[in-house]
Design a protein around this ligand. Structure first.
Ligand SMILES: N[C@@H](CCC(=O)N[C@@H](CS)C(=O)NCC(=O)O)C(=O)O
Length: 244
């Protein structure tokens, strides 16, 4: 059994999609981010960056020894699950395909993901008067990354050719283009790729997971004190169990 620390956001969906696609047994543990569930000492011991998704695999297999395996960061979570099952990942012996997987995994977690996350921040959370510059900047970067994906999908149905964890990582932020204030109109290959992935039953199950909790408390000014005012010192203190 795998514990999935989850909230219904694009980053949470990545891990839920992979768990649904592989058919691994898992238990979703709902995190209320606007209420600070990510700052408990128990969760920080699993995910020191205080962000979900994260997993705990209670039966990792003989190679891993007796203790449960914890994994944080969506790219690492999906790679761990892919290597565990041998699914949605090129074989380790195919060095060129494996290299391509790493390129697109790091592209997603280092480029598309953070730019889309900041776009969401400036569209949904920043104080009204401070939104314009950040919104334009990150909308431009979000679009630029869609262009990178559009080029990659020229002659390919999926990022690596076959459906893989690279697609599962990149899909969720493209899925919510419209609510982010962006459009896929200029990116027809991305739009078709998004539709192909969205139609997969496993993807639909993942997106529906704890759906009623989606956007809970979003856009509320008092969220900001929990979500956006964390410092290095406050994280250190929370990891020790101090809840102030
Ligand atoms: N780089 C991380 C990003 C994860 C992330 O930003 N998660 C957000 C929700 S989408 C979160 O847990 N936020 C809680 C917080 O910032 O306090 C990953 O890919 O896993």
């Amino acid at each position: 059994m795998i514990d999935l620390y989850f909230a219904p956001t694009p980053n949470g969906w990545k891990a839920a999609i992979m768990l649904e696609e592989t058919g691994l047994a898992y238990r979703p543990i709902l995190m209320r981010l606007s209420e600070g569930d990510q700052f408990t000492p128990e969760f920080l011991a699993i995910s020191p960056n205080a962000k979900m998704p994260a997993i705990v695999d209670h039966a990792p297999g003989a190679d891993w020894g007796d203790d449960p395996v914890t994994v944080f960061e969506s790219g690492a979570v999906l790679l761990y699950l892919a290597d565990k099952t041998g699914q949605f990942v090129p074989p380790r012996t195919d060095l060129r395909a494996r290299k391509a997987l790493m390129e697109w995994l790091f592209w997603q977690v280092g480029n598309q993901g953070p730019m889309a996350g900041q776009l969401s921040h400036f569209r949904n959370y920043a104080p009204e008067g401070d939104r314009a510059y950040g919104f334009e900047r990150y909308l431009g970067e979000y679009d630029r990354n869609l262009g990178v994906l559009e080029n990659r999908l020229d002659g390919r149905e999926y990022i690596l050719g076959d459906y893989s964890i690279a697609d599962m990582l990149a899909f969720p932020w493209a899925f919510i283009a419209k609510p982010l204030g962006a459009s896929l109109d200029a990116f027809p290959r991305v739009a078709d790729w998004r539709a192909r992935i969205k139609a997969r039953p496993a993807v639909q199950r993942a997106i529906d997971l704890h759906k009623s909790e989606q956007n809970r408390g979003q856009h509320r000014a008092d969220n900001n004190t929990v979500l956006f005012n964390q410092s290095a010192a406050s994280l250190r203190s929370r990891a020790k169990g101090n809840r102030d």
